[in-house]
Each structure stands twice: as structure tokens, then as C-alpha cells.
Design a protein. Structure first.
Length: 442
């Protein structure tokens, strides 16, 4: 077994890319599929809220399992359960099942995704540390996001084209790809830098409780991690709803019900995310603090999200939503690198899962609330209200910056204070002051 950091990165990129490829075949058509199956727009978001609610329910148990039985086991369970849940969606649509059956399948899918969240990142970070990886994690996560973004581009376009023939076909293709991912991961994903605990089945609940308590101590009780978790909650109120809402919203603005257009837009979202990832590669060479990137990404995201709802034009709304996607391409890898430098290895997967749990709670709140607003008023109103909510992330990041954590410093950068401005990203010292005044923070 090859244990070099190059092989770890290669396997990570292959597995994460294929996993995203399989998942993305339905991302551009999922809302359209549920609408075609007989649900109204509020019913669609109820089913999605059940999905995120089940993620919140299962996050800690599955994360603890990854920190005891192993990250490889957790990932393989994720793929197998997602395969069953995806086929279940097709089956419910075929028999004309309603909201209840779709919600049950959403629980299965939520369980599958919680086995994935945290496990893959924890496996990568521990394996890289064990093999002596010398460089910044920001760039590895950015490369992973770029590979996943490319996979999403291919899957979204393919799903949109196949959905034009029959909206169930992308789900069937996804199921086949998940089977292939399971086989590849089984033979290439090995535990490196982490030793699974030999816990007997009857002792597993106690072990899970002990690890969960420790993980919460390293997570919620550490102020930097807690601030990131709060930021995740706020962003999730808008992000999950915003991703599923654009499918009917943009087609409504276009004035034509053309399924393949949704696939193309989903692909453009992938490209925008890749652009954001590439900006991480560039700015981390010059910007000394991660919170610099996080603040600008969050601020631009808020303005663009509100603009999507106010645009009134298909082309402008799409362009602004692509800006939102690009900011998430910056936010994601920088945030991952920051938080993984704080979390101890033994609790890594569980703390990340706890973070996902809280984000799932925000997502459930957003999809229910903004979903109702979409039904009662309009989807455009949801983008305005949801976009305004994301502004609350800014004071949270400012509070994180003021902690002066060493994890905020981008190790290895050649930057000096003000170098970001030389590369087109202004110094945020003035932004700090503005936000303190606006929020009343001393």
C-alpha cells in the first residue's frame, strides 16, 4: 500500500470527484423531478427540510462512528445508503407516492450523507499529517473543490440533458455511479494516520457518548470553532434553499420550461465555484490572514444574493447567483483549513459532523421558512430575505478575527500587511471598524 502524501491526495481527488459526479447528476433537476412527481413548491421544500432534519439527527452518531470504527467504514456506508435512497426516490415517483413517501426516502438520503460528512475530510487530514505533507491545507482543499466542481459541471449538464428525456434517468445514472464509487473506495481508501478502535457492538453506544462529549468540548466550547459553527448555521438558512429554489425561479424568469437549461445553469454554478477555488490559490500567496478572505467572500455573497431576488431578469439573476457560488468557492476551503488546524485528530470527524449538524438545523429552518414564503409570496422574496440573513455572518467573522488565533495566519505565505490590497483585495481594517459600528460591537 502506497503511503506517500502524493498518493493520499490522488486517491482523495479521485474518490471525492467520483462521489460528487454521482451526486450531481440530480442537482440540476431535483426540484423539477419532485414538482413533476406531484408536489407543490412548499411540498418540495418540506421534503428537502426532512432531508436536512435527518442529517441533523444522525450527524453526531455517524461522526462518532467514523472516529471509532474508522473513516473508511463510514464512507462506504454513506455510498451504500445513498444508492438505496436514490433508487427509493425513483420508486416513489413511479408508484405515484406523495409527500410522506418522499419524506421517508429523504430520511434515508440524509442518513447516507451524514456518514460522508466529516469522514472524508478527517481521513485526508490525518493521512497527510501521517505522511509528512509539508504544504498548506488550503490549497489541497481548493484542489479538491476544483475537482469536485469539474465533476459537478459534467454531472449537472449530463443530468439536465438526460432529464429532458425523462426526469428519472439522472437518478438511475446516479445509482450506477455510486456503485462504481463504492468499488473504487473499497480498494483504494485505507486508514492512514488513524487507528480504528476495537469497540464491541454492545459497547459502541458508550464509546459514542464519550467521544461525542469530548468532541463537543473541543468544538462548541472552543470559541473559534463555535464562531464557525454559528456562521455555518446562518449561511445554511439561505444556501440550501437558494440552491434548490433557483431551478423553478430561473425557468420562470426565462418564460420557458426547458429542463436542459437547468442543467447548464448547474454546470455554470460549478464553474463559478471553481473560479472561487482558484482565487484561494492566488490570494493565499499574498494575504496573511484567512479572515480577510472570509470577510470579503461573505460581504459579496450577501449583496449578490439579495440582487438575485431583485433582478427581475433571467440573465442578471443567473449572473448574480454565479457570484454567490463563487464566494462559496472561496469560503469553503479557507474555512476548512482554518477549522482543521484547531480540531484534534481523535475528534476530527465528530466535530466536523457536529458543525454539519448545526448547519443542517439552519438549512431546515431556511427551507421551511423560505419555502413557505415562496408559496405565499414569491421565490424572489425568498432570495431577498435569505440574502439579508446572510449579512449576520459578517460580525461573526469579525469576532473570529479579533481573537488573533494563530490558525488565522496562512502559514508559508510571503504576505505582509497590506499585500492583499496590492492584489486587488483591499485591507479590511476599515471594514472591521464599519462592522463594529453597524453591529454595536465594542
Amino acid at each position: 500500500m502506497d503511503k506517500t502524501h502524493a498518493s493520499v491526495i490522488r486517491n482523495y481527488l479521485i474518490i471525492a470527484g467520483l462521489y460528487t459526479l454521482s451526486a450531481s447528476f440530480i442537482w440540476g433537476v431535483n426540484t423539477l423531478f419532485l414538482l413533476d412527481a406531484g408536489l407543490d413548491i412548499f411540498g418540495v421544500f418540506i421534503a428537502n427540510a426532512v432531508f436536512t432534519g435527518s442529517m441533523a439527527l444522525f450527524e453526531i452518531p455517524t461522526g462518532v462512528l467514523a472516529d471509532t470504527r474508522g473513516r473508511r467504514t463510514s464512507f462506504l456506508l454513506s455510498v451504500a445508503i445513498l444508492l438505496l435512497g436514490t433508487l427509493g426516490y425513483v420508486g416513489v415517483a413511479a408508484i405515484g407516492g406523495g409527500l410522506l413517501l418522499f419524506s421517508l426516502m429523504s430520511v434515508v438520503l440524509g442518513l447516507g450523507y451524514t456518514f460522508y460528512s466529516g469522514a472524508m475530510e478527517a481521513w485526508l487530514v490525518d493521512a497527510l499529517k501521517a505522511t509528512g505533507y509539508p504544504d498548506k491545507l488550503d490549497q489541497v482543499f481548493a484542489r479538491g473543490s476544483m475537482v469536485s466542481g469539474t465533476a459537478m459541471l459534467i454531472g449537472s449538464v449530463g443530468g439536465g440533458l438526460l432529464g429532458s428525456l425523462d426526469l428519472s434517468i439522472p437518478f438511475l445514472v446516479r445509482s450506477g455511479l455510486l456503485g462504481a464509487v463504492f468499488g473504487i473506495a473499497y480498494f483504494t481508501m485505507h486508514e492512514i494516520g488513524f487507528t480504528p478502535q476495537a469497540v464491541k457492538l454492545e459497547a459502541l453506544p458508550t464509546a459514542m457518548r464519550n467521544v461525542a462529549q469530548t468532541s463537543i468540548r473541543y468544538g462548541w466550547q472552543q470559541r473559534p470553532v463555535r464562531l464557525f459553527i454559528v456562521a455555518s448555521f446562518i449561511q445554511a438558512i439561505f444556501m440550501a434553499w437558494g440552491f434548490y429554489a433557483w431551478q423553478p425561479y430561473f425557468l420562470e424568469l426565462l418564460g420557458q420550461d426547458i429542463t436542459w437549461v437547468a442543467g447548464v445553469i448547474a454546470a455554470l454554478v460549478s464553474l463559478a465555484t471553481i473560479v472561487g477555488n482558484s482565487l484561494v490559490e492566488w490570494f493565499t500567496r499574498f494575504c496573511g490572514k484567512r479572515t480577510t478572505l472570509l470577510l470579503w467572500a461573505a460581504g459579496i455573497q450577501t449583496v449578490a444574493a439579495i440582487g438575485v431576488g431583485l433582478a427581475g431578469s433571467f440573465w442578471l439573476a443567473v449572473a448574480l447567483y454565479l457570484v454567490v457560488a463563487g464566494t462559496m468557492g472561496v469560503w469553503g476551503p479557507v474555512r476548512q483549513a482554518y477549522i482543521h488546524e484547531i480540531i484534534p485528530s481523535e475528534q476530527r470527524a465528530t466535530v466536523v459532523s457536529f458543525d454539519s449538524l448545526v448547519a443542517s438545523g439552519g438549512s431546515m429552518l431556511g427551507q421551511t421558512g423560505l419555502g413557505y414564503l415562496s408559496q405565499a409570496q414569491s421565490i424572489a422574496s425568498g432570495y431577498v430575505v435569505g440574502g439579508m440573513a446572510t449579512a449576520l455572518v459578517l460580525p461573526v467573522v469579525v469576532a473570529l478575527r479579533r481573537l488573533g488565533q494563530t490558525s488565522d495566519i496562512i502559514i508559508g505565505t510571503a504576505s505582509k500587511r497590506g499585500m492583499c490590497a496590492a492584489q486587488g483585495l483591499p485591507s479590511i481594517s476599515n471594514v472591521d471598524t464599519t462592522i463594529h459600528v453597524a453591529t454595536g460591537e465594542a
